[in-house]
Design a protein. Structure first.
Length: 138
């Protein structure tokens, strides 16, 4: 057995210990939630679904057009901002949504990048320039 297989085999019980928030389908009784839970909250699920719908309706139909033209996707960026799907960690008084954490931003970025990684970067990349400034001033 190679070393990687041994590591995976050794880590499996630890993983099961920390991911017991939802019992597997084969178990008849419920397992208490004593470990880490990787299930999304209702708010996170709603945000993910909103980003998924936005990607399906707004990004995917025009992704090839923007890839071909090289034009910046301003209409998509504006719609994403109006829906609160960008600049979620920037305080409201600075023009952001102000109530999203890093994980929620990742959920949005994942959905956008599924539709088009270039448009996902155009929308999410604005966070990079603000990150350092944000931590220094707030």
């Amino acid at each position: 057995m190679n070393p990687l297989s041994q590591i995976v085999r050794a880590a499996r019980p630890i993983y099961r210990t920390f991911s017991t928030c939802v019992p597997s389908a084969s178990q008849a009784k419920e397992i208490p939630t004593t470990g880490l839970c990787f299930e999304l909250s209702e708010e996170q699920k709603a945000l993910q679904e909103l980003a998924r719908k936005f990607t399906r309706d707004e990004i995917i139909p025009v992704a090839a057009q923007y890839d071909k033209s090289g034009e910046y996707p301003w209409p998509i960026v504006k719609k994403a901002w109006e829906l609160g799907l960008m600049n979620g960690h920037i305080p409201e008084h600075c023009g952001g949504v102000g109530n999203l954490g890093v994980f929620e931003e990742c959920l949005i970025g994942e959905e956008f990048s599924f539709g088009c990684s270039g448009i996902g970067t155009a929308v999410g990349g604005t966070n990079l320039g603000v990150s350092y400034w944000d931590y220094q001033n707030f």
